[in-house]
Design a protein around this ligand. Structure first.
Ligand code: NAG
Ligand code: NAG
Ligand code: NAG
Ligand code: NAG
Ligand code: NAG
Ligand code: NAG
Ligand code: NAG
Ligand code: NAG
Length: 507
């Protein structure tokens, strides 16, 4: 009897993925993971005549999978209809992910090793949400435990002879990046971003505050990027892209407004640095194929972006535009139109976002908040309407207070660790990201579909490279909603999605 019982157990564990171990919190719910247990995503198994739907709702986290039958006709009256009969195709998807900040590494490392594995599998594994596009800071950010660059206190080291990676790289970033690379079979795309040059290269001789790059170090600063890519390459980590400066606006803010590590560039100075230094240096190096991404800032300076992306000397070097979300509630969405160049097709990519950064009537971490997941979903859908090909979150993992953060400006993150229990909590934001990163796989083509009836239901529908159609359906209604999808073959999907939920239908 024993072998049979074992066989049955194995069979069951193969078929059913582990369910969310849900914990009620002040702000909602989270799924609790530890060294021995973590919820996974049920396997995708779409067969002819059937569809599969994954659901995550405000009251029920995790990914609940259900199989349904495609129907010929129906008398049901639906409240929202997605018509796939006449569609045109739009942008091709690049991917989704988050950032390997120093703090992310510190927090992962605070967990027992078995829990670390579960966490990395949650983000990158085949049974997880399969992040495939991640950002790596070049040196320190505000989400580090200290201020540093790779060539500190070396006044005028023009040859960068003292350039060296920090233990934040060797202990808290590279080991986890390599584990993530392994979990994705080396398909993880990485792009790098610098927050500030070493203080000695700057007008204010500081990491933060109002400071620009000194003209005499324009080439040194470009060479510094090459050094970074060389050092990471020696450690087995190669990059797909680079941005030209994190939030150049921050470099014009005095310390009483922002203490974020920063360096200011006006459009004119940025153009000069890209056209004469960064662009030629990268294109003439072994890293010549790197995608160069400009802006990497929030909306406030988008109206000035044409000065850069219509500039003959700059456009030849650049590939895309990165946007952050921090002022999206104050500035018009239509400003995303400034990311289009008349000279070249540039991609649009969300390169940073997080909740809990404005500490007015809100906490850094609001454990379990569904509202914060909705902020992610709505922003991704809006960016994609404007042609975005991906969306990258900020810190992947923070502690209970939303840190560590060298300037004590703590924020929220999809995964929060509890370093006293060795557990970690997957928040609604994690599942929101997952519906996109898991199912809207790279090279999927966004379809321009007809959505009818309900403005409280939004969708992103794509045709994947495996020919599976995936529709991420976001229901903002408080109540459940009847959804109908009319396929190209004239078949119907009729299903009911819960109130305040995100669902992915695949067929
Ligand atoms: C881990 O979580 C599972 C599921 O909630 C629980 O059964 C188990 O006791 C936990 N293990 C530890 C060491 O806390
Ligand atoms: C996938 O679906 C087919 C058809 O419904 C079924 O026969 C098969 O057992 C399923 N496979 C898994 C791994 O669930
Ligand atoms: C990685 O490769 C292995 C072996 O070829 C394969 O079984 C697995 O499905 C792949 N995983 C991913 C995420 O592609
Ligand atoms: C991932 O790591 C395992 C164990 O070290 C190794 O066997 C496997 O080949 C690695 N996979 C990839 C894609 O590098
Ligand atoms: C590479 O360097 C050479 C010599 O410095 C320069 O003439 C050329 O313009 C550079 N190439 C690019 C693509 O910038
Ligand atoms: C971490 O775990 C401890 C012990 O169970 C608990 O008191 C504390 O509230 C937990 N922290 C969070 C953020 O849930
Ligand atoms: C654990 O978390 C607390 C609260 O956020 C933090 O102050 C402490 O430094 C962390 N300890 C470790 C070892 O990460
Ligand atoms: C997807 O469908 C197209 C058109 O029917 C076909 O040419 C292609 O080979 C299919 N691709 C896969 C991966 O099945």
């Amino acid at each position: 009897m024993k072998p049979i019982a074992l066989f049955v157990i194995l069979l069951i564990s193969n078929v059913f993925s582990e369910e969310c171990s849900q914990l009620n919190t002040k702000y909602g719910h989270v799924c609790v993971c530890n060294s021995t247990y973590c919820d996974t995503v049920p396997e995708l198994n779409v067969s002819a005549g059937k569809y599969q739907i994954y659901t995550t709702s405000i009251g029920h986290l995790g990914f609940t999978s259900t199989i349904g039958e495609l129907q010929k006709s129906t008398n049901e009256v639906s409240e929202h209809k997605i018509n796939l009969v006449k569609v045109s195709t739009k942008q091709k998807v690049l991917g989704f992910g988050g950032a390997f900040t120093g703090s992310t590494g510190v927090n992962i490392k605070s967990l027992p090793e078995a829990a670390q594995e579960k966490l990395l599998k949650s983000y990158f594994g085949e049974t997880g949400i399969q992040y495939n596009l991640c950002r790596v800071p070049i040196g320190g950010t505000d989400f580090s435990t200290k201020f540093y660059t790779y060539d500190d206190n070396q006044k005028g080291d023009v040859k960068l002879e003292h350039f060296a990676l920090d233990e934040e790289d060797t202990i808290f970033k590279i080991p986890f990046i390599k584990k993530a690379m392994n979990l994705t079979n080396n398909s993880l795309k990485l792009f790098a971003t610098a927050w500030t040059a070493p203080p000695w290269m700057k007008t204010n001789n500081d990491y933060t505050g109002v400071g620009l790059l000194k003209f005499k170090y324009y080439q040194t600063w470009a060479d510094y990027y090459i050094k970074f890519f060389e050092e990471y390459s020696k450690n087995g980590v190669n990059f797909w892209g680079v941005t030209t400066q994190n939030e150049p606006t921050d470099g014009f803010l005095p310390k009483f407004l922002s203490k974020i590590n920063s360096m200011g560039f006006t459009p004119k100075l940025m153009n000069k640095w890209i056209a004469k230094h960064l662009g030629p240096t990268i294109r003439n190096s072994t890293f010549k194929d790197l995608k160069i991404i400009v802006h990497d800032d929030s909306r406030q300076t988008l109206p000035l972006l044409p000065l850069t992306i219509e500039n003959e000397d700059v456009i030849q070097f650049i590939d895309g535009v990165g946007v952050h979300w921090y002022l999206d509630d104050l500035l018009p969405t239509s400003w995303l139109k400034y990311t289009k160049s008349s000279k070249k097709e540039l991609f649009l990519l969300g390169t940073e976002a997080c909740n809990g950064y404005r500490h007015i009537n809100s906490k850094s971490v609001e454990l379990g908040s569904w509202h914060r997941a909705e902020n992610y979903i709505k922003n991704i859908l809006t960016d994609f309407e404007y042609g975005s090909i991906g969306w990258v979150d900020w810190n992947m993992v923070l502690d209970q207070e939303g840190g560590p953060c060298v300037i004590n400006n703590k924020v929220d993150s999809p995964i929060i660790t509890n370093n006293t229990t060795g557990e970690f909590y997957k928040q609604p934001m994690f599942y929101a990201m997952g519906h996109f990163s898991k199912f809207i796989i790279p090279k999927s083509v966004v379809m321009d579909v007809q959505n009818e009836y309900s403005s409280k239901v939004k969708s992103l529908t794509v045709l994947r490279p495996d020919n599976i159609t995936a529709a991420v359906i976001f229901n903002e209604h408080l109540l459940h909603t009847k959804i109908e999808i009319l396929t190209k073959e004239g078949l119907l999907i009729n299903t009911i999605v819960p109130g305040r939920s995100i669902n992915t239908i695949l067929f």
